[in-house]
Design a protein around this ligand. Structure first.
Ligand SMILES: C[S@@+](CC[C@H](N)C(=O)[O-])C[C@H]1O[C@@H](n2cnc3c(N)ncnc32)[C@H](O)[C@@H]1O
Length: 218
């Protein structure tokens, strides 16, 4: 593991305990949870799907998918995030598998998925374009890539990296929908963007930066 990757893993491990305090992380409020559940379901294929949630964090989206009957595998670099995700699904009485590992090379062998989901991860990957290619290779024919991303003003303020070395991350501070679409389009048969900034239910209040989902089909 590089020094930057170790610093990133340590940062998120330390953040795990309080991560769910943010409304859009913990989804503790019923209306926030319901808003995400509706969106996720609109992005899923009909019937129970095999979903790989990369950079799953504390498993809040994994839980919603499991509650809707999907079979979820979550991968995260930070062991404490994975512990929390496991505990969250167990406490809610749902099955899910959570693994510690690098989302860029998910430790899931030859398994193939109907959906690969990633929320708010690409901005902190050392080589996000390689990760996109690796994720698409994990999908079954006709599978879907669901990327919930944004370009966060706050992250660009003062040019201060969130961990040492983070300023060299290609998409530090997030990526616009236009730029992400340009990166994904050559790899897939079609994609569309759904703007998400205008729905305060999703974030626990109004937001002014760019947030969106990119949904692609292989
Ligand atoms: C902003 S959080 C998002 C968590 C979750 N997807 C969500 O939306 O609630 C970013 C997550 O990505 C994880 N992460 C960062 N780099 C990673 C990598 N290379 N591989 C796997 N997970 C990574 C962090 O540990 C953290 O849990």
């Amino acid at each position: 593991m590089s020094d930057a990757a170790r610093a990133i893993a340590e940062y998120w491990d330390a953040a795990a305990a309080a991560f769910d305090d943010e409304p859009d992380h913990g989804l503790r409020q019923e209306h926030t949870r319901a808003a995400w559940a509706r969106l996720l379901e609109s992005w899923m294929p009909a019937g129970p799907a095999d979903v790989l949630d990369v950079g799953c964090g504390t498993g809040s989206l994994s839980l919603l998918l499991a509650a809707s009957g999907h079979r979820v595998t979550g991968v995260d670099l930070a062991p404490r995030m994975v512990e929390q995700a496991k505990a969250k699904l167990t406490a809610a009485g749902f099955a899910g598998r959570f693994l510690v590992g690098d989302a860029a090379v998910p430790p899931t062998g030859q398994e193939r998925y109907d959906v690969l989901l990633s929320r708010h991860l690409l901005w902190t990957l050392p080589d996000p374009e390689a990760a996109l290619r690796a994720w698409i290779a994990r999908l079954r024919p006709g599978g879907r890539l669901v990327l919930v991303e944004g370009r966060w003003r706050e992250a660009g303020q003062n040019g201060v990296p969130y961990v040492t070395g983070a300023d060299s991350l290609p998409w530090h501070g997030g990526i616009t929908a236009e730029d992400l679409a340009a990166a994904v389009r050559p790899l897939v048969s079609g994609l569309h963007i759904e703007p998400l900034s205008g729905d305060p239910e999703l974030w626990g209040g109004p937001v002014t930066d760019e947030r969106y989902a990119l949904i692609a089909r292989t």
